[in-house]
Structure formats: C-alpha cells, structure tokens
Design a binder for this molecule. Structure first.
Ligand SMILES: [Zn+2]
Length: 93
C-alpha cells in the first residue's frame, strides 16, 4: 500500500516537472507583455506589431523593421549615387 502511494506520488512529481518544462519551452523566454510585439531586424528593439513594416525574405522568413531604422536606411540611401533606375531582376532563365 505504501509502495503504491509512493509510486503514484513519484508519477505526479514527474508529470508536474514535464508540464512546467513544456510551458518553458513553449514560452521560449517571452513574457506575456511581449505578446503582440516583435523585434526589429536591424536594431533588435521590441515594438508593437502595428508600428513595424514586415517583409518576407525567401519562402518562410519574415523580417520586421521599425520606423527609426527605415528612416536611417533612407538617409543612407540618399548618400548612394543613383544608378540605373530599373534593377535587373533575376528571373531564373
Ligand atoms: Zn529598428
């Protein structure tokens, strides 16, 4: 009787550890305050999603950019000499 009680107690402890570990893996360091936010891909600061511009790179990767970084990119671009206006696209042919 005592042995079965200890066995059940041990199983409960293992179950609790598994649930806590699973939650830690799912959250991956995100706190509830981080919900609805994303990191800017350039400055790595966290911003609300509605303040970011998203661009898909390749098939899966989604990059986010904040206003300050886009403005800084625009200022950098203004210093780049203008070349041909229509870039040649690689059509794969
Ligand atoms: Zn940024």
């Amino acid at each position: 009787m005592v042995v079965s009680f200890l066995a059940i107690l041990f199983l409960l402890i293992v179950l609790v550890i598994a649930v806590v570990g699973f939650k830690a893996v799912i959250m991956q360091g995100r706190s509830p305050a981080d919900a609805g936010t994303e990191k800017c891909s350039i400055c790595l600061a966290r911003h609300p999603l509605d303040r970011l511009v998203a661009r898909q790179v390749g098939d899966h990767r989604l990059l986010y950019f904040c206003r300050q970084c886009i403005v800084a990119l625009g200022e950098d671009l203004s210093r780049v000499p203008r070349g041909e206006e229509a870039p040649q696209k690689d059509t794969g042919r």
